[in-house]
Design a binder for this molecule. Structure first.
Ligand SMILES: *Cc1c(COP(=O)(O)O)cnc(C)c1O
Length: 483
């Protein structure tokens, strides 16, 4: 193991100090006099004792071992790994935001409540929905909350519906949310253009259908251009339309969810509105709903009454609280800053650039990599490595080889209706030069299938760890820290 790979505790030397704290201005007190002994440590916490430069080097070195958006291109389809402006972090860290206690009385947190109130107004404007809750902490939790609201809506109408329709290409969280919410899925097929097959949909809709969950643009990066017909088919049995809005990066400023007939939509703030994500860090998945579903929203909502921001605990119809306090507040601040920095025109430009970049990359690659559904690409596209597989190289080998070129691999083997899928989403924040270098690497990899296939099968060779067993960490997790 290289020395920078060791853990910080191994670098500890008794008595070393990183920072010297100023003398305290208050007298010290004996903890055991004020706190029950059951709550006190018996032995002091084991903390690493090291110098400040060692701390800095330790974490800087660690930060370069993994790939991240600050290091290089990260075209992970469906994930919108865009650059996150640092101003977002600076403002989210301001003491007035970061130091607030969520239990403080409302009159002392007016600024934070105002920010959340305004973010809701922005989300309403972007989606066309009547109200938006900011509580869910991820897209998947937003889906789950949306499903619970669908359930409550039908229950209030005295009905016990059983099914939610989802396309075969759906993101895995969609069926998971449906099942967790107590429904069953009915799968609808895709047509020859990679969109919902309308005839198949018609054959699956009846009075037992609670609604449909649809990603727009869909997971192939294609706009569901029959959306008005789809919505009216579902509405004809009083079903509800749920938009998986994780792909909102393709729509902001151009199309609103409500105008397409959707009744509920989630918004991934940590994708579209720039929060660092990917390591399981906090996110936010607000959901917006049309008027008839507002009473079912989680509480509290934030209202503005006579220029004061107050918490509204809603009606008995609310599905209740689904997160402590207000959700992941720091992420809400970042989204507010991002939207305010870009402004309305800037957001529209963001969307158009995201679509342009995906289309540019597709055109650069499509001679060598097949793109099965190429008509109408929005912010991402799905290529197929089938031609490469016929020559002996799997999409997995291509993805691993890209790591040696210094890029994060695209999403592979999803969506499942494309064999050897490679899903690429460049986002708007990349330059033409970056897209060109990435395309060159993809084309060079294709060349190497003829000249040097074995090296592709061995990749990656330049990363801190080589090719990993894809399932071992799941099947035999070792979570114990041993020295
Ligand atoms: C990312 C994503 C989700 C889930 O969002 P999380 O915030 O990761 O829970 C759902 N659907 C699609 C299409 C996505 O890309």
């Amino acid at each position: 193991m290289s020395k920078s790979a060791s853990i910080i505790f191994d670098k500890s030397v008794k008595g070393r100090m990183g920072v010297k704290l100023p003398a305290s201005q208050v007298p010290s007190v004996e903890l055991s006099k004020n706190i029950s002994s059951a709550l006190l440590r018996e032995i002091p916490a084991e903390l690493p004792e090291i110098t400040e430069p060692e701390v800095v080097r330790h974490f800087v070195n660690l930060s370069t071992k993994n790939h991240h958006v600050d290091k290089d291109f990260y075209p992970l389809g469906s994930c919108t790994m865009k650059y996150n402006p640092k101003i977002n972090d600076v403002i989210a860290s301001m003491p007035g935001f970061a130091g607030l206690h969520p239990d403080q009385p409302e009159e002392t947190t007016q600024g934070a409540l105002q920010l959340m109130y305004e973010l809701e107004q922005m989300m309403k404007k972007i989606t066309g929905m009547s109200r938006v809750t900011l509580q869910p902490s991820a897209g998947s939790q937003g889906e789950f909350v949306g499903i619970l609201m669908m359930k409550k809506y039908h229950e209030k109408n005295g009905e016990n519906r059983k099914y939610i329709i989802i396309p075969e290409t759906a993101h895995g969280t969609n069926p998971a949310s449906v099942i967790l919410g107590g429904f069953k899925t009915r799968q609808v097929k895709s047509d020859s253009r990679g969109r919902v097959d309308i005839e198949d949909l018609k054959s699956k809709v009846d009075a037992e259908v609670a609604g449909m969950m649809l990603t727009q643009p869909n997971t192939l990066g294609l706009f569901e251009d029959n959306i008005e017909e789809i919505s009216s088919i579902i509405h004809s049995v009083d079903g509800l339309m749920y938009m998986d809005g994780a792909n909102l990066n393709a729509l902001v400023g151009l199309v609103r969810s409500a105008d397409m007939g959707f009744d509920i939509t989630h918004i991934n703030l940590h994708k579209t509105f720039s929060t660092p994500h990917g390591g399981g860090g906090p996110g936010a998945g607000p959901i917006g709903v049309v008027g008839k579903l507002v009473p079912f929203l989680p509480v509290p909502m934030i209202d503005k009454v006579d220029n004061e921001y107050t918490l509204n605990f809603g009606t008995d119809d609310s599905i209740g609280r689904i997160h402590t306090f207000f959700g992941n507040f720091g992420i809400l601040v970042r989204a507010w800053v991002y939207i305010r920095s870009l402004g309305e025109e800037g957001l529209k430009e963001m969307t158009k650039m995201a679509i342009l970049n995906a289309n540019y990359l597709k055109v650069r690659l499509q001679d060598k990599y097949e793109v099965p559904f190429s008509e109408g690409t929005m912010h991402e596209f799905v290529a197929s490595g089938l031609k490469q597989k016929e020559r002996g190289i799997k999409v997995l080998d291509i993805a691993k080889s890209l790591l040696d070129y210094g890029y994060h691999a695209p999403t592979i083997y999803f969506p499942i209706n494309i064999p050897e899928a490679i899903m690429m989403e460049p986002t708007e924040s990349e330059t033409k030069e970056t897209l060109d270098s990435f395309a060159d690497a993809m084309l060079e990899i294709d060349d190497r299938i003829s000249t040097d296939p074995e090296s592709l099968k061995e990749a990656p060779i330049t990363t801190p760890v080589r090719r990993l067993d894809e399932t071992k960490a799941n099947r035999e997790p070792n979570l114990r820290w041993t020295k």
